[in-house]
Ligand binder design. Structure first.
Ligand SMILES: [Zn+2]
Length: 506
């Protein structure tokens, strides 16, 4: 997710550095996982309802027999949250119709959190089975990553956190975390998804993976992905570019500022792919869909493998000139941030609830201290749009120097306070909220490490981390092992000790 921020370029670094003022081991694949998903999903826009049939091929690669399989229906968690916070969602519900294997119905129990469906199905080591879940889920009326909104006398449906999936079975237990609206709670292994999605013919559909639509039926093929997200609207316009071997599709709404939105979004996508490919390495997929939407007042965007949602609130409605101008800068930050998650979250997975900094912190670092500190065409275009003459190479150099200076001050301060990045979202350090930990402290840690190690060595380590955990899941301990492989100096360990809480290291 990208939190809304109004920090402008010149102060971004300083604010990041001044504002910050548990162990996890899961490199391998889970012992039990779903290797294939076959999904039939029907969207009924009259009822704002999804009818879903999800069949997952579950394989037990572990050494033990399990007595039940944990299916998660996260829609229940989202809707429970919505009911408490948004009146318009009060009638929206999700109902499991059946869970079966090879046509035989299976019973299940739920815990306190009804998102968890413990299905009574024994699976011995080496065995596999197909589980089919039939569910009917209402789409809530909410500006969110799961919800629908009216737009230009039409509608847009953001569909995520609403498709049942198999939880990860790691370290002899099912791993799951409660739905967390301010952040994320995902931790799923890579699978292959084959989805048939039906919507009225007037709808254009964006989705993870590659998709094509004919007569209202969209066929989605998403290989090697952690999940699938779908966005559908009867008001979408579509444009695309090819960059660094990737097709980037931009789905956006018509309107007074739509041309600028489209141009700037695609320009930023191009800068993003160029910078990430050079600094880290190649994006694993052939395509990326960007979808404009209304995501609520605190959210600038949301990430999924092969798809990013971007908040277009500043562009879609009549706004003051000032709001729109701020919107240009926000748009570049949102697009760059969400595309950054294709590297850290989609490709290198992590447990978003237990170690949120591994995806949010590293992505925020890319946004604030890589993209913002590189001269780009997209930022130059923003400067032209807002009639600013301040954006130039000189400013970038000056900000880079300020960053180095501030980081060195941190490193050389013997009384420097510790700020921990790796606490679970429900156990952050006293006085530090979850956002500050995941985003601000989470990006300061890699920034200061970069200065301590020197840029070349740091990016070599980051590339190594990316290659080692490519389409796998990494932990803070895994990250540290790779950093220390490149630099195990006293200085680097001092930085690590200031940011990593050994109690939560895994
Ligand atoms: Zn994010």
């Amino acid at each position: 997710m990208k939190k809304k921020t109004t920090i402008m370029l010149s102060t971004a670094v300083i604010t990041t550095l001044l504002s910050f003022n548990t162990l996890v081991q899961a490199a391998s694949d889970p012992e039990i996982r779903a290797t294939e998903y076959n999904m039939d999903v029907r969207l009924n826009p009259h009822k704002n309802q999804l009818t879903e049939k999800v069949t997952m091929h579950v394989v037990n690669n572990g050494k033990q027999t399990v007595k039940n399989l944990l299916v998660r229906n996260m829609a229940h968690g989202v809707l429970s949250y919505d009911h408490h916070h948004f009146k318009a969602t009060k009638n929206a519900k999700t109902t499991i119709k059946s869970i079966s294997t090879d046509g035989k119905k299976l019973s299940y129990t739920t815990g306190k959190d009804k998102s968890n469906l413990f299905v009574n199905k024994t699976l011995a080591a080496g065995e596999s089975t197909n589980l089919t879940v039939n569910v009917i889920t209402d789409v809530p009326k909410r500006a969110d990553s799961f919800g629908y909104q009216a737009i230009n006398y039409g509608k847009v449906y953001n569909l995520s956190f609403c498709f049942p999936y198999l939880s990860d079975y790691r370290d002899d237990k099912w791993n799951y975390h409660p739905y967390f609206d301010q952040g994320e709670n995902r931790n799923v292994a890579i699978s292959n998804f084959h989805v048939n999605f039906w919507a009225p013919k007037s709808y254009k559909v964006a989705a993870s993976g590659q998709n094509s639509t004919k007569n209202g039926k969209t066929t989605i093929n998403a290989q090697n992905m952690r999940e699938v997200a779908i966005v559908a609207s009867n008001k979408f316009k579509v444009d695309h570019i090819f960059t660094n071997g990737v097709r980037v599709n931009n789905y956006y709404f018509a309107g007074k500022n739509s041309k600028t939105y489209n141009r700037l979004a695609l320009m930023t996508a191009k800068d993003s792919f160029t910078i990430f490919t050079k600094k880290i390495d190649k994006y694993p997929y052939k395509e990326l869909d960007m979808t404009e939407g209304l995501l609520g007042k605190n959210t600038g965007g949301m990430e999924y493998p092969g798809l990013v949602m971007i908040d277009g609130t500043a562009f879609t409605k009549n706004r003051t000139k000032e709001r729109r101008q701020m919107g240009y800068n926000e748009l570049t930050e949102d697009v760059f941030h969400e595309i950054g998650h294709q590297w850290f979250y989609s490709t290198v997975g992590s447990d978003e609830y237990m170690e949120a900094w591994l995806d949010e912190g590293l992505t925020n670092f890319l946004e604030n201290d890589v993209y913002d500190l590189t001269y780009t065409k997209s930022k130059a275009f923003v400067a032209r749009l807002v009639h600013s003459k301040r954006y130039n190479h000189k400013l970038i150099n000056k900000t880079n120097n300020l960053l180095t200076k501030a980081a060195n001050k941190f490193i050389s301060d013997p009384k420097q306070k510790s700020f921990y990045v790796n606490c679970p979202l429900n156990h952050t350090q006293k006085g530090v909220d979850t956002d500050t930990m995941a985003y601000d402290v989470g990006s300061s840690f890699p920034t200061i490490l970069m200065v301590a190690m020197g840029r070349n060595k740091f990016f070599q380590a980051l590339q190594d981390y990316y290659h080692t955990y490519y389409l796998k899941q990494a932990t803070t301990q895994d990250f540290l092992n790779i950093i220390r492989k490149y630099d195990n100096s006293k200085k680097v360990n001092y930085v690590i000790n200031k940011f990593v809480d050994p109690n939560y290291l895994r």
